[in-house]
Design a protein around this ligand. Structure first.
Ligand code: CIZ
Length: 304
């Protein structure tokens, strides 16, 4: 079967079986082309609430499928490839958070959306990379414990100096690979290009950027900017998507190593196989859903 033929078969099967396909922006282009919706993890979870299909397939990593299930507990939510985890999300488990809470009882525990449902359930407020600054500003408690990503935490701290922010020493292995020397080399090779970067990169790298934002923020900035060349400092799949949506512009990777092997694990064949034979369904006890949703709802309340 050729790629185009498999895509056509997927489009036929998903209609026949009533499955809505969500694809995170870090997925490959052949997957984005057959998805019903594409975007960042929280945006996709919100979108899934409104789709008529009872069955939703998440092409991304495990915490993303969990977030879809949290916001649509009545739906059947599937993860396209069971092996796709987020190493960042795995760095803060429930036991660690409970131990930290004991040590710092006066702190508000703020957790990045890139975390497991179990971890969200024992934290106070969830944030995304685009909402983190606003949410932290709006939290009543002056003492914040931010987890698991200390680079995102540092970026937030710089913009909300009035808060006392502590953080754990976690980070995204993909964004951590980018160095300040990469920025120097990329700027030297492409002097007219703007450097757009994700706040999960290290602080000494982020401070060299022309624009800092979430994946959705980076994509919108590049699409709307009058500039014609961009150096992209996030998962390298974003380059291909930008090149397709803005073919008149040029996009260069900040680092050839900015590749997330977990996000690249899902293939078109996984989706085809799910539609033919099924895939892992995300199942969580009601009390876990209730507690984790409380943490997500707090973000929505504080973000209003
Ligand atoms: O939560 C997401 O979708 C990720 C991985 C990053 C972002 O900036 O939106």
């Amino acid at each position: 079967m050729k790629i185009r033929e498999m895509q056509d078969e997927i489009l036929r099967l998903k209609k026949e079986k009533g499955v809505c396909i969500l694809a995170h922006t870090y997925q490959s282009n052949d997957i984005l082309e057959i998805a019903d919706y594409t975007g960042d993890s929280f945006g996709l979870s919100v979108k899934a609430q409104d789709v008529p299909e009872e069955r939703v397939l998440m092409c991304g990593v495990r915490f993303m499928a969990e977030t879809v299930k949290l916001l649509s507990p009545q739906k059947h939510v599937y993860l396209a490839n069971s092996g796709a985890i987020c190493p960042l999300a795995e760095q803060a488990d429930k036991e660690l958070v409970l131990a930290l809470r004991k040590k710092y009882p006066d702190y508000c525990f703020v957790v990045y959306v890139n975390s497991t449902a179990e971890t969200k359930a024992v934290c106070d407020v969830c944030v995304t990379s685009s909402s983190a600054v606003k949410i932290v500003k709006n939290i009543e408690n002056p003492n914040i414990f931010f987890l698991p990503d200390c680079n995102l935490g540092t970026w937030v701290k710089q913009q909300v100096p009035e808060k006392n922010i502590m953080m754990m020493n976690g980070g995204c292995p993909t964004h951590l690979r980018v160095t300040a020397d990469d920025v120097k080399a990329a700027r030297a090779a492409h002097p007219g290009a703007l450097v757009l970067m994700h706040p999960e990169c290290r602080p000494e790298v982020v401070k060299e950027a022309d624009y800092i934002g979430s994946t959705t923020g980076i994509i919108s900035y590049a699409e709307q900017s009058d500039n014609r060349e961009f150096i992209i400092g996030t998962e390298n799949s974003v380059l291909t998507h930008l090149q397709m949506s803005a073919p008149e512009k040029r996009f260069y990777p900040l680092s050839k190593d900015c590749v997330c092997h977990n996000m690249q694990l899902t293939t078109l064949a996984d989706i085809y196989n799910m539609l033919q034979y099924g895939a892992e369904e995300i199942v969580m006890p009601d009390d876990l859903i209730r507690d984790a949703v409380r943490c997500v709802n707090e973000m929505l309340r504080l973000g209003e």
